[in-house]
Design a protein around this ligand. Structure first.
Ligand code: ARG
Length: 594
């Protein structure tokens, strides 16, 4: 059996049986256990139970203590305060438990699969065709990718959907312009490597977009031709569709180059943009209208809500079809829900989308519930994220004015990180190639970690100086912790990591060990609640406990007995594996030498 029962679960079971032996009506009650500074764990569930049973909490606690089986896992348990239980774990149990995690041949470090799993369709990394990607798209990609890794790790079936903006009236203008200037999207023959062609693709699109817009705004006849082109596109006129496809393909070259820069896998078949639901739109509207969920209002098909108000406090309807017959963003999202629920058989729909679209999703979800597409068994959730701010605390400018190009941002992060890596390169013995590679992993890791280490809904400041700092809550700090362990393991020579449960543990070893044991619970909780920042916090604490451990305990000291060296190597190696796993779940690499 690969999965390992955590010490806290073990203690919980011990306390629960002592509790129900003392107070039969408390059978199944949660002893409310948590890590504590006073002891290894503290349980404070007895207070509420005593109140319910009209008993004195301290007396009840004392009775429970007398029923607790001590020896194997629990070394000692005592009553403290008004009726808390302080639990101390046996050193042997800590080491044995960690040894079982270390021995897990699946590489899961003893982490069990989630008790209940299903199919989640996750909508993330959804930029717009013919437009520059901005920092908001970065957040969706980074958070979404971490959530995908986390969910898959817990055994969930995950279907990825990149709902790119590849449909809409602006394509009429673009297609018409391209038709009149046919070579604007051609690639120069010299662009050999894919990174260059990604940037070239974007600058082609950018140039064309600007030129088309200029003509559209200044030339009435062009405007008319462009409008006619939208109708052709929606009617599926072959030549128009072929030109539209050119825009999509050109944009994908660019998207893939950015995702590659982000060290992130995005697969072509998972890109199902707005256009992918085109054939469902009329049917979606018909279903909504026939069931009475949507009604005609001044020609438009609308859904009304009593409880959903706009920013000014007045009720706002969801417009499913405009009075001119056009379909918008909402009709597409409602169709996507039908596809995901009925074709992809999802039981959870997850949307990693900017918090500024929350009103849209509330209305769309509520509409889908009324239509019966969402219900008790099929749930939808927006994992809303906040705005990325500049150092000045104002949002990074996009569309209008000074655009912050995503590639430039990533390039700069990598450049800074490479400088940081280079500083130590000689001492560590890095080749030029390793410096480049590590610079990339550190730079991209820094950007991802900054994004993932604060709760998603909060805005955060994009501050490169802080992100690549070696001290503090940064990915580099965690990457160094990992690399330092690898360096110790390399220096260990003949000595190998071996667990020695018979050894007494120093306080810093116990603290590290007990935290390592909590990896499983942390991962399961973080996945269930879509909160990668809690995994980041866990890992940061792990690295801090490791630093505290180095302070007090030498690993490769000549003064240590051989079994102490082996046991400490084992402890740090398990720490390294946990860091590697955890960082991997966040999409961040851990270089071996740094
Ligand atoms: N393309 C949209 C944007 O850039 C995000 C799409 C979100 N997903 C969705 N199903 N609506 O804002």
């Amino acid at each position: 059996m690969a999965s390992v029962t955590s010490l806290s679960d073990n203690v919980k079971q011990h306390l629960a049986s002592a509790l129900s032996a003392t107070l039969p009506e408390a059978a199944g009650a949660d002893p409310l256990l948590r890590r504590s500074d006073r002891a290894d764990f503290q349980a404070n569930g007895i207070l509420a139970l005593a109140k319910k049973a009209k008993a004195n909490p301290r007396e009840l606690a004392t009775q429970v203590v007398s029923q607790v089986v001590t020896g194997d896992v629990i070394e000692d348990v005592e009553v403290s305060g008004p009726g808390f239980l302080n639990v101390t774990i046996a050193d042997r149990a800590i080491t044995e438990n960690l040894a079982a995690r270390y021995a897990d041949e699946t590489g899961r470090l003893g982490v069990p699969y989630a008790e209940r799993t299903g199919t989640t369709v996750i909508d993330y990394a959804q930029p717009n065709v013919a437009k520059e990607m901005h920092v908001g798209h970065l957040r969706s990609a980074v958070i979404g990718d971490a959530v995908v890794q986390l969910l898959e790790f817990t055994g969930e079936s995950v279907v990825r959907r990149h709902h790119i903006g590849d449909w809409g009236t602006q394509f009429g203008m673009l297609i018409q312009y391209l038709d009149e200037h046919p070579h604007e999207l051609d690639h120069k023959a010299s662009a050999a490597d894919s990174a260059a062609s990604g940037e070239e693709a974007m600058s082609n699109l950018d140039r064309l977009y600007k030129a088309a817009r200029k003509k559209f705004d200044s030339d009435e006849e062009f405007k008319t031709r462009a409008r006619r082109r939208v109708v052709d596109l929606q009617a599926g006129e072959p030549q128009t569709l072929a030109m539209w496809q050119k825009f999509v393909d050109e944009s994908k070259i660019y998207f893939f180059s950015v995702f590659e820069k982000l060290d992130m896998e995005v697969r072509d078949p998972d890109i199902v943009g707005e256009s992918g639901y085109n054939d469902m739109l009329a049917e979606t509207c018909r279903l909504l209208e026939e069931s009475g969920v949507a009604v005609r209002s001044e020609g438009a098909l609308c859904v009304f809500f009593d409880d959903i108000k706009g920013p000014e406090g007045n009720p706002v309807p969801l417009i499913v079809q405009k009075s001119d017959g056009g379909y918008g963003y909402a009709a597409t999202d409602l169709s996507a829900i039908r596809d995901r629920v009925f074709n992809l058989k999802a039981d959870t729909l997850l949307y990693v989308v900017d918090a500024r679209q929350s009103l849209h999703f509330r209305m769309v979800f509520e509409t889908a519930r009324r239509a019966g597409w969402l219900n008790e068994d099929v749930k939808a959730h927006q994992l809303a994220f906040g705005t990325v701010l500049g150092k000045d605390g104002k949002p990074f400018k996009t569309r209008a004015g000074e655009t912050v190009k995503l590639q430039d941002l990533l390039d700069e992060a990598v450049e800074r990180a490479t400088a940081v890596v280079r500083e130590k390169a000689e001492k560590v013995g890095l080749t030029e190639q390793e410096i480049t590679e590590n610079g990339r992993y550190v730079g991209v890791g820094a950007v991802k970690y900054a994004d993932l280490s604060t709760s998603a809904v909060r805005d955060y400041k994009f501050d490169l100086d802080q992100m690549v700092s070696l001290n503090g809550d940064t990915s580099v700090y965690l990457q160094y912790a990992y690399a330092r362990i690898q360096s110790i393991l390399r220096k260990a020579g003949e000595a190998r990591p071996v667990a020695h449960p018979e050894l007494e543990l120093a306080p810093a070893e116990r603290a590290l060990g007990l935290h390592l044991d909590q990896f499983a619970e942390t991962v399961l909780e973080v996945a269930a609640e879509y909160e990668p920042h809690k995994l980041a916090a866990y890992l940061y604490q792990l690295a801090s406990l490791l630093t505290a451990f180095y302070d007090k305990c030498q690993v490769l000291s000549a003064d240590n007995a051989p079994e102490v060296v082996e046991n400490r190597l084992f402890l740090v190696d398990l720490t390294a594996r946990t860091l590697h796993r955890g960082m991997g779940l966040l999409g961040i690499r851990t270089p071996e030498k740094l």
